[in-house]
Design a binder for this molecule. Structure first.
Ligand SMILES: *[C@@H]1O[C@H](CO)[C@@H](O)[C@H](O)[C@H]1NC(C)=O
Ligand SMILES: *[C@@H]1O[C@H](CO)[C@@H](O)[C@H](O)[C@H]1NC(C)=O
Ligand SMILES: *[C@@H]1O[C@H](CO)[C@@H](O)[C@H](O)[C@H]1NC(C)=O
Ligand SMILES: *[C@@H]1O[C@H](CO)[C@@H](O)[C@H](O)[C@H]1NC(C)=O
Ligand SMILES: *[C@@H]1O[C@H](CO)[C@@H](O)[C@H](O)[C@H]1NC(C)=O
Ligand SMILES: *[C@@H]1O[C@H](CO)[C@@H](O)[C@H](O)[C@H]1NC(C)=O
Ligand SMILES: *[C@@H]1O[C@H](CO)[C@@H](O)[C@H](O)[C@H]1NC(C)=O
Length: 730
């Protein structure tokens, strides 16, 4: 029986252990918190832990019953997983993955990846993946995630289509229309345009290279000397040059787009050089050019804003073009003028020049080249030349004007340096360029001083004359009236000259036109009054000897009416020729100066004839048996005075012709001195040498200084008079 008891005991023991184990197990289960929220597990009876990829506000493990486990955004901060280039990070519930950006895919073909190191994203080439979708006149261009169609070389957009669309359609390029400039008669030019028409008719994009070469040869032939173009007037030449340059630019730009290959250079037998660069894409700085000119510019500058392919850059350098563009004016920019003024201590009036380099026509796809984003640098070759004093090398461009002509202008171009045989320039805009050797016309400070002082003296003298003629009773008469108005005209003219002859250069404003018109009027009027003096003398001596001469009415009509008529007609026909960029005077273009010179020469000759007749009549009268010596002597004095006056005024303006030609500085000085002395001489002739006037002056001096002095001056001047018996007395 004892064995059975043992067994029961053992069984009880096992049961007891099992119970204990069960108890322990049930105890353990009850230690797990039963409130753990979604995406979490319990840690023990009081704490929960968030699943991977989730977190709560107080961390992974939390004890607060109100906490939640939220998704962690691995793509955003602070983790910000990096997926690498052309890929995006995508967050998912409890995780994330990387995907290639639209238009890219993984090399393996898989859709997602986890780590930057697994990134093999590459562009999908839609052009090779898909069946040909672009029109056969275009080329398919792969873009990110898509494709575009662009015109083939030598093809241009069909009207109504846009380039680089999916539906772009193109047509074969044609030679742009080019018509003759109006109003230029030249056989040579007509022949040129006949050739252009043939080139245009036979043009095929595939033959663009031949067409360009033929065009350049034709331009060479056009400019070959000698030709009937030499007979063209300067304004016509400049018009033709402006037309030729702008049209060549347009035509070459179009033809260049049809050229195969990336670059092209051609040098004609007559040394005209064309360099082209034609590329679909590019960036950074590019150099193009050959021996005559080189250009360095940013690709972005060359490409057109609306990207019509391909991008073209070109330089055409022609030495023959110099002939057409020589003798145009050169306008220096204010900056250069200021620099030269500092250098020479005197303002620069203008500049003459000599063309040194070839004329270089620059063109780009970009046609908006007035203000470039970054400047273009050029190196222009030219024969070696060392600038002398008051000379310098300048980079200038051909600026067309509203009238179709043009001039050289330096605004926006800087000369960066010169070596033996080339000059480096930098410009902020594009056009046709050349290197000029400019001879600066520096204003002569001495001349300016002489003019100012002399004119002031002249004005004082003229004023004295005017007062004398108005106030001195004994000399009143029609001759004095003529003198008076002559002096008034010269006074007003000189005053306007002193105050307003200079123009700042550049624009010719209303003020300058008015000044030029008034000067024209005043000096013409002065000459008219002088011719009246001749007429008076004629009446006095030849016709009646004691005659009355013209009535006042006629005097005014001739003295003020005739110049008014001339100025009115001149202004009506060519008002734009009043005023020049540096001087407010008549523009000699188209012979406009003759509206002044013509009347002046006529009056001078007219007076000369009258004086010769007068002198001849006088000698006859002197040899008469019983001459009236008193009147004859008076007439002789009058004649001498009038001749001297004519000589003074006439010769002044003969020199004045050269005033605006800065080369003849000797003549400029002579003109200035004579011009300034006019008033002084008139004062001497008509006032100081006139007995009645002198007596009147003495009286005035007496009133001013008191009787004692008056007596003294009277006696002393009587003495003087005694020594000079031949003086005039009118
Ligand atoms: C439950 O676990 C947390 C964290 O491990 C601990 O801080 C806490 O003391 C534990 N509670 C109990 C009753 O063991
Ligand atoms: C990504 O891969 C690199 C190297 O292969 C490894 O060092 C890095 O830990 C990985 N990063 C992740 C988030 O797996
Ligand atoms: C384009 O296709 C048309 C027919 O659809 C064909 O006549 C033409 O010659 C093709 N043009 C080119 C440039 O291949
Ligand atoms: C070409 O497609 C564009 C949209 O991609 C559309 O606006 C345009 O009208 C289309 N042009 C022609 C000529 O069909
Ligand atoms: C151009 O200027 C030069 C030198 O000043 C001169 O010899 C030539 O006759 C001028 N040509 C014309 C057409 O005026
Ligand atoms: C300039 O010319 C001289 C001789 O004419 C030559 O010695 C010198 O090297 C040249 N300089 C440059 C920069 O070409
Ligand atoms: C010179 O060119 C600049 C820039 O094109 C222009 O603003 C300026 O008016 C021109 N000067 C003259 C005198 O025409």
């Amino acid at each position: 029986m004892g064995g059975t008891g043992h067994s029961v005991f053992f069984l009880l023991y096992v049961l007891c252990v099992l119970w204990t184990l069960f108890e322990a197990e049930s105890q353990k289960t009850s230690d797990c918190a039963r409130w753990c929220p979604l995406n979490s597990r319990c840690v023990n009876a009081t704490a929960c832990r968030c699943s991977p990829g989730f977190t709560s506000l107080s961390g992974d493990i939390f004890t607060n019953l109100l906490e939640n486990c939220d998704d962690i955004n691995e793509c955003g901060p602070p983790l910000a997983v990096s997926c690498g280039k052309f890929a995006d990070c995508q967050n998912t519930e409890g995780s994330y993955h990387c995907e290639c950006s639209p238009g890219y895919q993984l090399a393996s073909g898989a859709k997602t990846f986890k780590n930057e190191s697994e990134n093999t994203c590459q562009d999908v080439d839609e052009c090779s993946f898909r069946p040909p979708v672009c029109h056969n006149s275009t080329v398919c261009v792969n873009t990110v995630g898509s494709y575009r169609c662009r015109c083939r070389r030598g093809w241009e957009l069909k009207p109504g289509f846009q380039n680089k669309q999916m539906n772009t359609t193109c047509q074969e390029m044609s030679f742009p229309a080019w018509t003759e400039p109006p109003g230029i008669k030249s056989q040579r030019l007509s022949n040129f345009f006949k050739k252009v028409q043939v080139l245009r008719r036979d043009f095929k994009p595939a033959l663009a290279q031949d067409t360009i070469q033929n065009l350049i040869t034709s331009v060479d032939e056009l400019l070959e000397v000698p030709s009937d173009l030499d007979a063209l007037a300067l304004p016509e030449r400049h018009k033709m040059a402006t037309h030729l340059l702008s049209e060549l630019e347009r035509v070459l730009r179009t033809l260049a787009k049809a050229m195969p290959g990336a670059s092209f250079t051609y040098r004609s037998p007559l040394n005209t050089e064309l360099s082209l660069m034609i590329q679909e894409q590019g960036d950074g700085y590019t150099t193009i050019g050959q021996s005559h000119a080189r250009m360095l510019l940013d690709w972005a500058v060359a490409a057109a804003a609306r990207d019509s392919d391909p991008t073209v850059m070109g330089i055409l350098s022609s030495w023959k073009m110099q002939k057409l563009l020589a003798n145009a004016s050169l306008e220096l920019d204010p900056e250069t003028k200021a620099k030269l003024k500092d250098l020479h201590q005197s303002p620069v009036r203008g500049a003459q020049y000599e063309l040194l380099s070839a004329v270089n026509l620059v063109f780009l796809s970009n046609t908006n080249t007035e203000h470039l984003d970054s400047p273009v640098t050029f190196a222009f070759s030219h024969p070696m030349k060392t600038p002398g004093p008051r000379q310098g090398l300048v980079c200038a461009f051909w600026k067309s004007d509203d009238r179709g002509g043009g001039h050289w202008n330096t605004t926006g171009c800087w000369t960066r340096g010169t070596s033996n045989d080339s000059t480096t320039c930098q410009c902020s805009h594009l056009s046709s360029f050349a290197v000029l050797m400019a001879h600066y016309d520096i204003e002569d400070p001495k001349l300016a001083l002489i003019t100012k002082v002399g004119l002031a003296l002249s004005l004082v003298c003229l004023l004295l004359c005017i007062l004398t003629f108005l106030l001195v009773r004994p000399i009143q008469g029609s001759r004095t009236t003529v003198h008076l108005h002559l002096c008034i005209c010269l006074f007003v003219g000189s005053a306007i000259f002193l105050a307003g002859i200079e123009n700042e250069g550049g624009q010719v404003g209303l003020r300058c036109r008015l000044v030029a018109g008034l000067l024209h009027y005043c000096f013409l009027a002065a000459f008219c009054w002088m011719s009246l003096e001749g007429l008076e003398l004629y009446f006095l001596v030849v016709r009646v000897f004691h005659g009355q001469g013209l009535s006042k009415c006629w005097l005014y009509l001739i003295g003020y009416g005739v110049p008014l008529l001339i100025v009115a007609i001149s202004a009506a026909v060519r008002h734009e020729h009043y005023g020049r960029s540096l001087y407010c005077w008549l523009d000699p273009e188209d012979g406009f100066l003759w509206s002044f010179l013509g009347p002046v020469i006529f009056i001078v000759l007219f007076n000369a004839v009258i004086f010769v007749t007068t002198v001849w009549k006088l000698t006859q009268k002197f040899s008469e048996i019983n001459p009236d010596m008193k009147k004859l002597k008076k007439a002789r004095v009058l004649t001498i005075t009038a001749v001297a006056q004519l000589f003074l005024l006439g010769s002044t303006w003969v020199f004045g012709l050269f005033l605006f030609n800065p080369h003849s500085w000797v003549l400029s000085y002579t003109f200035t001195v004579l011009n300034c002395l006019q008033g002084f001489f008139l004062f001497i002739f008509h006032c100081l040498l006139n007995k009645k006037v002198r007596e009147e002056y003495r009286k005035w001096a007496g009133w001013v200084t008191g009787n004692r002095y008056s007596e003294f001056t009277t006696s002393s001047s009587n003495q003087t008079q005694a020594h000079r018996p031949s003086e005039s007395g009118m």
